[in-house]
Ligand binder design. Structure first.
Ligand SMILES: NC(=O)c1ccc[n+]([C@@H]2O[C@H](COP(=O)([O-])OP(=O)(O)OC[C@H]3O[C@@H](n4cnc5c(N)ncnc54)[C@H](O)[C@@H]3O)[C@@H](O)[C@H]2O)c1
Length: 364
């Protein structure tokens, strides 16, 4: 493919606008791709975002209200779908029906039934099977790739417990469409644990609470704080903690416990532009690394601050595979598996009434 691969971004809300910007940067760095369209049906958002982005490039950016208009105009060769979760299925299917391969934000769809239906539709023919890349950016994150390489080398022996923590400082913004705290947030952690652990769980348990944010948020969710435990067949458990209540800032942290040591990535701290990662064995420190994140030079959403380079790397992978006609490293099967665990796991979350009351012998 000698020509530039033309990309549209569908949905230019909080995250889509950054995906569009990353496509533009890759276009000027690599010269083999271009941002040629943005699509959004919410007010004048598409036109506003396009006008802002246009100052950074010569190639015209087309503005479309929906994916049907985009396809009819043949304004791109592929698309990054970052629309509201409830629109993922419809947007992606329309593009795939038109013969486009898509990079799509998580979660795959907004319900278990539609996710299974969509995956079956994709699996039904050869094009569909490699048509969708699921945007699990953790798989492209330098600190987590470092941890994965250590695990693959056996540095800490056999992993038996993986703990993955994701805590937001604020609730989702007004108008946000969440399918539940596990499918909206924990789907990232679930995929991370499956990727690091190399197994799929056979049993789920957990707890959900409404502690703080849901008393103030406009966006209603099932819980604002949850713990999911996954039991894997080969002596491994995965523990996910997600919360919308870490008011001091965004917290992302992963621990992998193995028979010979522990690997630790990220910690909540003063410097949000630095990720520290370390591995310890029975005789102390094995390796410590610091990963500098990108300073966008302005206030950006907290998840963009932490994962900016990973978001850009996932787009680069999408372009590479599209240009080469090769399969994606992470696809709808990964998206479905993680969402099945999140959705089925939601049904396993217990509240306080399902706990055991304690009656102390000594009275106050
Ligand atoms: N991978 C990640 O780390 C990550 C982070 C954030 C979001 N996401 C995913 O990306 C998708 C989009 O998320 P987002 O955070 O950009 O959502 P968003 O609500 O900011 O924007 C999504 C769409 O909502 C519409 N919209 C914008 N403002 C609105 C308002 N005030 N009222 C009603 N509608 C409005 C627009 O059509 C916009 O394209 C979701 O599926 C989400 O799960 C992924």
């Amino acid at each position: 493919m000698a020509e530039r691969f033309r990309i549209a971004v569908v949905g230019v809300g909080r995250i889509g606008a950054f995906h569009a910007r990353h496509v533009q940067e890759l276009a000027s760095e690599r010269g083999d791709c271009a941002l040629t369209a943005v699509v959004d049906g919410y007010g004048d958002l598409a036109a506003e975002v396009a006008a802002e982005l246009q100052t950074g490039q010569e190639t015209a950016i087309g503005v479309f209200k929906d994916v049907e208009e985009l396809v009819a105009a043949k304004a791109a060769d592929g698309a990054f779908v970052a629309s509201r979760t409830e629109n993922h299925y419809r947007d992606a299917q329309t593009l795939i029906d038109a013969g486009w391969r898509v990079l799509m934000e998580k979660p795959l769809t907004h319900s278990l039934a539609t996710a299974r239906e969509f995956a079956a539709y994709l699996d039904a023919d050869a094009f569909g099977r490699t048509a969708l890349m699921q945007a699990f950016m953790r798989r492209f994150d330098a600190p987590l790739l470092w941890a994965k390489a250590l695990l693959d080398r056996g540095t800490i022996g056999a992993p038996f417990k993986i703990v993955s923590i994701l805590e937001d400082p604020v609730p989702p913004p007004d108008g946000y469409n969440s399918s539940g705290i596990l499918s909206d947030m924990a789907v990232h952690n679930i995929d991370e644990i499956l990727w690091l652990g190399g197994q799929r769980p056979e049993w789920l348990a957990g707890f959900g609470s409404l502690l703080y944010n849901q008393q103030h948020a406009d966006v209603k969710e099932d819980f604002d704080d949850a713990i999911l435990q996954m039991y894997f067949p080969e002596n491994l458990i995965g523990q996910v903690t997600v919360s919308r209540n870490h008011v001091a800032g965004y917290r992302n942290e992963t621990w992998v416990y193995g028979t010979e040591g522990v690997v630790h990535v990220g910690a909540f701290g003063a410097d949000s532009l630095l990720v520290e990662a370390e591995a310890f064995g029975r005789r102390g420190l094995i390796e410590r690394r610091e990963f500098a994140l990108r300073d966008y030079g302005a206030a950006v959403p907290f998840f963009v601050e932490r994962f900016g380079p990973a978001y850009k790397a996932e787009v680069a992978h999408y372009i590479d595979q599209c240009r080469a006609g090769a399969p994606f490293a992470v696809d709808h099967r990964d998206g479905l598996r993680a969402l099945e665990i999140a959705m089925v796991g939601s049904g396993a979350l217990q509240g306080r009434e399902e706990g055991v009351a304690i009656d102390f012998a000594e009275r106050d």
